[in-house]
Write a protein that binds this ligand. Structure first.
Ligand SMILES: C[S@@+](CC[C@H](N)C(=O)[O-])C[C@H]1O[C@@H](n2cnc3c(N)ncnc32)[C@H](O)[C@@H]1O
Length: 441
């Protein structure tokens, strides 16, 4: 049993108001969910409503700006944006959306007085939808559903591909699984999926997309740790760090632990999983426990190893640095609305500090893999370019899917920029990877 759509819309629009006020959408959804006691079956619906509104936030805000004679109160604005996002999505009947939006407005003392305003503006929009959409889409933020500064950076960094990168953000992300080779293998797990009535397609060495997406608890062997959720692009990290059994490995920005778990599934290594945030580090422990894996969990600042490291050095270091998340916008549609232009330089400086501080912890002959889930050059090639320029004992190595070693020419951009891609046999978010070797003296 689900709650009424009007109640689901109220809850989702409260979360959207949280996003507009600068809260992460998942956190805003959690807070809104606590306030509105909805039926459990309504939770995924509320999430879908809010996520869809976040994906179309630029367009809905511009539509509202054109439709409104004056700016409404934040709670009314959020309900209006949410309703507009539903009206531009042809999945529900427009009359139902308007009716439920008006009910949602009436059900809350804060929005009650604006029920007529909601009704009138939504009906105005419906009277000539193509004209309103055409007018709104003259604004690049509405056309591409990204803030202007983000569009500017995409255009400068990817003059050929920026439009497809921006459009990729509108997509619903698939449910991509990583098969745990300690528990099963790809062909066997595909048989389990088929027997349980799921359709699946293989998109990587250990990566399978299950369609349609479902609650993970209903997947075969979920509780037993046969599979985990992880985008295929993220699965390259453990494959490309060039780890061997017995290595001492540092995962320097580990939470929530997807890449740590993958490393431990593939290799018998002594893994230290470090993260700045204690709460997030606890998620690493929980994830590893489900998979029956173990690591040393350390809460600390990767840019300040003197506070948590006394030796010995590591054979391999994975730096999955904090970033704008510009490569994973289909999974995190709120990131682009929360970030500000100045964040890019701040994050790039933090990434530089982290790689710089961790370099002395790497054994000579060891390897460091730098990763960001970003498509912005300032967070990828530019960080590494400047690092390589400062360290004569560092040299870039070719990645299996990247440039051949002979093609690593001084002066060209280092690393491999994976652009977000959704094809039947290749489906991943956007990532930057660069593997660096520490030369022996
Ligand atoms: C991109 S996420 C890592 C995702 C993770 N590697 C995975 O695969 O599940 C970046 C992480 O870096 C952490 N972080 C941010 N700044 C840090 C710092 N200075 N030192 C250590 N961890 C940091 C964040 O708390 C966040 O958990």
């Amino acid at each position: 049993m689900r709650s009424a759509l009007a109640d689901e819309m109220r809850c989702a629009s409260q979360a959207l108001a949280g996003l507009a006020a600068g809260e992460r959408l998942d956190h805003a959804l959690e807070l809104a969910g606590r306030e509105h006691a909805l039926a459990p079956a309504s939770r995924p619906v509320v999430r879908d409503l809010a996520y869809h509104a976040a994906r179309t936030f630029g367009l809905c805000r511009e539509l509202a700006r054109l439709l409104n004679a004056r700016e409404p109160a934040p709670a009314v604005a959020a309900l209006q944006w949410l309703s507009l996002s539903q009206l531009i999505d042809p999945q529900r009947h427009p009359a139902t959306i308007v009716d439920q939006a008006v009910r949602a407005a009436r059900a809350d003392p804060v929005t009650e007085g604006a029920a007529g305003f909601i009704n009138a503006t939504l009906r105005t929009f419906l009277r000539d939808t193509p004209q309103w959409l055409e007018r709104a889409r003259r604004s690049p933020e509405a056309r591409w559903n990204h803030p202007q500064w983000w569009i500017d950076v995409l255009q400068a960094d990817h003059p050929q591909a920026w439009q497809s990168i921006a459009e990729f953000a509108d997509r619903h992300p698939p449910l991509t699984l990583r098969i745990n080779p300690r528990r099963t293998d790809l062909p066997t797990y595909l048989d389990h999926l088929q027997a349980a009535g799921f359709s699946a397609r293989v998109v990587g060495q250990q990566a399978v997309i299950v369609e349609p997406a479902c609650a993970v608890q209903s997947l075969p062997g979920w509780a037993e740790g046969w599979v985990s959720v992880q985008d295929e692009g993220a699965q390259r990290a453990a494959q490309w760090l060039d780890v061997q059994d017995g290595h001492r490995v540092l995962d320097a920005c580990a939470a929530p632990g997807g890449k740590s778990a993958h490393l431990l599934e593939l290799f018998d290594v002594r893994l230290t999983a470090l993260d700045l945030k204690r709460k997030r580090l606890a998620q690493v422990g929980e994830g590893l426990a489900r998979l029956g894996l173990q690591a040393k969990l350390v809460c600390g600042d990767a840019a300040d190893p003197a506070r948590w490291w006394t030796g010995p050095r590591f054979d391999r270091i994975l730096v999955d640095a904090p970033c704008t998340a510009s490569g994973i916008v289909r999974r995190a549609p709120d990131a682009r609305w929360l970030r500000r232009r100045g964040d890019l330089a701040t994050l790039a400086a933090a990434q530089q500090r982290i790689v710089e501080a961790l370099w002395p912890l790497l054994e000579p002959g060891g390897k460091l893999l730098y990763v960001t889930c970003s498509v912005f050059k300032a967070e990828g090639p530019q960080v590494i370019q400047s690092f390589l320029g400062r360290h004569r004992d560092a040299r870039e190595l070719a990645l299996p899917a990247g440039k051949p070693q002979s093609a690593v020419v001084p002066g060209t951009e280092p690393g491999l920029q994976m652009l977000p891609t959704a094809r039947p046999s290749e489906d991943h978010d956007g990532f930057f990877y660069c593997l660096i070797e520490k030369l022996r003296p």
